[in-house]
Ligand binder design. Structure first.
Ligand code: FES
Length: 217
């Protein structure tokens, strides 16, 4: 999970990776979600399992303000309620057909999800520029070793990538898998951002090979 033990929110994606009218898969400690943004720009996190026959809703598509399943076309609203069953167009779907949505919010270009209402908002990363999200097949310890730094109290690993200062917002998905949101300083130039983003690939290779070496010993 997110390394801050005081934070129940999980950073799951960058806002830029979920433009209006799209859906992507995302991971939270309480289950996979289909993260989708309606045509009007509203963000939702639906359980990534269609209540009908279990197809992943992240394989589906957004139509207007609803998320439709790719298999039989059942569609769901932002509150999770089933809105339409194409094979029975005159049927009002019962309230029991529901995708069990989680709570989402966005702060400074980062999408956060939590499964129950919180008094506190997610942490602010004002002053940073979100660059990309990556999945490492490596433990957070291997990531920290490859980055040459530990996560601080805010959950950020401050390191140097491509000769530039970079910040890694890391989420432990499992013992050997870590999701990393790479951030740059807000004042970083385009060339600096590109250098950081490209160097993230080498960081991933270093962390993954360190874990592989550890496993072989
Ligand atoms: S499995 Fe989703 S509509 Fe049938």
């Amino acid at each position: 999970m997110f390394p801050n033990n005081w934070c129940k929110w999980t950073p799951v994606a960058l806002s830029a990776d979920v433009p209006a009218g799209t859906v992507i898969p995302a991971w939270t400690p309480t289950g996979d979600v289909a993260l989708w943004r309606s045509q009007s720009g509203q963000l939702s996190a639906s359980s990534d399992r269609c209540p009908h026959r279990g197809m992943r809703l992240s394989h589906g598509f957004v139509r207007g303000e609803a998320l439709a399943c790719i298999y039989h076309g059942w569609s769901y609203g932002r509150d999770g309620a089933c809105l339409r069953i194409p094979a029975h167009p005159d049927l009002q779907p019962p309230a029991s057909i529901n995708t069990r949505n989680q709570i989402t919010t966005e702060r400074e270009g980062i999408v956060w999800v939590v499964n129950e209402a919180q008094d506190e908002p997610p942490p602010s990363f004002d002053g940073y520029w979100p660059l990309r999200s990556m999945t490492f097949q490596a433990s957070i310890a291997a990531l920290e070793a490859a980055a040459g730094a530990k996560a601080d109290i805010s959950g950020l690993i401050r390191c140097t990538l491509g000769g530039e200062t970079a910040f890694l917002l890391a989420v432990t998905k499992g013992e050997a898998e870590t999701i990393v949101h790479v951030l740059a300083d807000k004042n970083a130039s385009l060339a600096q951002r590109i250098a950081i983003s490209q160097a993230g690939e080498q960081l991933r290779r270093d962390a993954e090979s360190a874990d592989a070496l550890e496993g072989a010993n």
